[in-house]
Design a protein around this ligand. Structure first.
Ligand code: PLP
Length: 491
């Protein structure tokens, strides 16, 4: 039997060699990876994984790591390549990657002070910094696994506030779960609707407030929806405004929405999972004006802060709000604990020390560098809109505010139905080839393709080349599916 290979004083040299060799292999791949992925068919990938018997005799650390490189890294999807244009995945800041390697070896957990000590201080310092960037005078928060969990926790806190008769800022009635109402829009991230379900609210609790043609919540419609809900005997629990919707990248009008929430005494949650990079933008910070009036904010650092997955923060304006989800265990974090235990603020117990990655990035490059990188992808999206509009075979479907581009392939003579039918096969054909990866979605009932630009190193020329490739691929698909009109001479 091969003994378990573990980090220990005895293995320090082997650790250096094994991880060093792994990093060397990775660096070699990164140096040459210019395509987002390979063209290996999905069936072959399934086969390769399925062929490995996890009960087979062990092969040792060095061989296992070399195998992992061939099996996984070789077939990975690379977000730093110019052809990766599909989803909200970012290339990552190098200091954060090194910090991640530290986390893997040290293996801290920022649940209790006695498991993390200075790690707790670092997380708190990073959260305080982020809270000040939002504009909270004395906010607090906690790192989470992602925007979905940040949203879930925010809505849990809002639900507790709405059902807490002593809460002054909220509605103040002890409302039953099935009378609560949650206001968002059709453009809101699905994790909000899923959270409502997880929190025991009926699906009817979620009210989609009307949006303007750009997809932004209409504040007057919100005020009316809240009034209607009250008339119907329901208790408004929270309003979720989005700062950067996943498809259109648009920002709900935060200040006018905050006005409505203040007037009505309703919890405002701002989902800035995508748009949080604007907090550090040297030129576009004003797009988030009003975010400081939210009671809670979601920020996904693994999107617009260029951090490795996972890295998200839930920030609250009033530190006391975080205690609404606290739970105390005698063995871990008793109520009378003198030590600062982050677990008191989290839905998780054992929890990654993701704050160290942003810490390293801020220390290495500073906040302006992050914001400048996010600005660069928004500038690139603006340039791409112009490229799409100038292309005879592409249609711009809707303008966007952050770094997404919504378009369709529709040359002259191609009907709407034909263009609709091209959206899904086009994405699939490009994925199968692995050169240019794009996404698809539906905007105002119409299927379309989508680019999400998050690589500040990608140039306008590279996007132009990718768009040309998308068009050529669509033409190829059309030739393959349209029966060729044969002439009499061929019969
Ligand atoms: C990505 C996203 C989420 C979900 O975040 P995860 O980190 O993927 O869980 C929530 N809201 C918005 C607006 C998003 O773009």
């Amino acid at each position: 039997m091969t003994p378990l290979d573990m980090i220990s004083p005895d293995s320090a040299q082997h650790y250096r060699e094994a991880v060093g060799a792994t990093v060397d292999r990775l660096a070699a791949r990164i140096a040459t990876a210019d395509l987002p992925t390979t063209s290996t068919p999905a069936a072959e990938l399934h086969r390769r994984v399925g062929a490995i018997d996890l009960d087979a005799p062990a092969i040792g650390t060095d061989r296992a790591l070399a195998e992992l490189d061939e099996l996984f890294v070789q077939e990975a999807v690379w977000f730093h390549t110019p052809g990766y244009l599909a989803h909200l995945n970012c290339p990552v800041a190098l200091p954060a990657v090194a910090a991640e390697a530290v986390l893997a070896a040290v293996n801290p957990s920022v649940d209790t002070w006695d498991q993390s000590r200075i790690g707790t201080d670092i997380e708190r310092h990073v959260v305080d910094w982020l809270a000040r960037r939002i504009g909270f005078a004395a906010g607090d928060g906690v790192f989470t696994s992602g925007g979905s969990q940040s949203n879930l926790q925010a809505l849990l806190l809002a639900r507790e506030a709405a059902t807490d008769p002593t809460d002054t800022a909220a509605t103040g009635t002890s409302a039953a779960l099935d009378t609560l109402a949650l206001f968002c829009t059709a453009e809101t991230h699905f994790s909000v609707k899923k959270s409502a379900r997880l929190l025991g609210l009926p699906d009817s609790a979620v009210v989609d407030v009307r949006t303007d043609p750009a997809g932004r919540m209409v504040p007057a419609a919100l005020a009316r929806a809240i009034a209607d809900a009250r008339t119907a005997g329901r208790t408004p629990m929270a309003v979720v405004a989005t700062a950067g919707t996943t498809d259109r990248g648009v920002i709900d009008p935060l200040a006018p929405i905050a006005d409505v929430c203040d007037l009505e005494g309703v919890w405002l949650h701002v989902d800035a999972a995508y748009g949080c990079g604007l907090l550090v933008s040297p030129t576009r910070r004003h797009l988030l004006d009003g975010v400081e009036r939210a009671r809670s904010v979601t920020a996904d650092l693994h999107k617009s802060f260029f951090q490795p997955v996972s890295s998200s923060v839930l920030v609250v304006r009033d530190p006391a709000d975080l205690r609404r989800a606290s739970w105390h265990a005698d063995y871990l974090n008793p109520e009378d604990a003198a030590e600062p235990n982050q677990v008191d603020k989290s839905l998780q117990t054992t929890r990654r020390f993701d704050a160290l990655k942003l810490w390293a990035t801020l220390r290495a490059s500073g906040a302006d560098a992050i914001g400048t990188a996010f600005d660069a992808v928004i500038d690139l999206a603006e340039a791409t809109h112009a490229l799409v509009q100038a292309h005879p075979d592409l249609e711009l479907v809707a303008p966007t505010q952050l770094s997404t581009v919504l378009f369709r392939w529709q040359p002259a003579g191609v009907t709407d139905d034909e263009a609709d039918a091209m959206v899904a096969p086009l994405r699939a054909a490009l994925l199968a080839e692995g050169r240019v990866l794009i996404a698809k979605t539906v905007i105002a009932g119409q299927p379309c393709n989508k680019l999400t630009l998050l690589n500040p190193a990608t140039t306008r020329e590279q996007v132009q080349a990718s768009l040309d490739h998308v068009v050529a691929t669509a033409e190829g698909l059309r030739r393959a599916t349209t029966p060729t009109t044969t002439t009499g001479a061929n019969r």
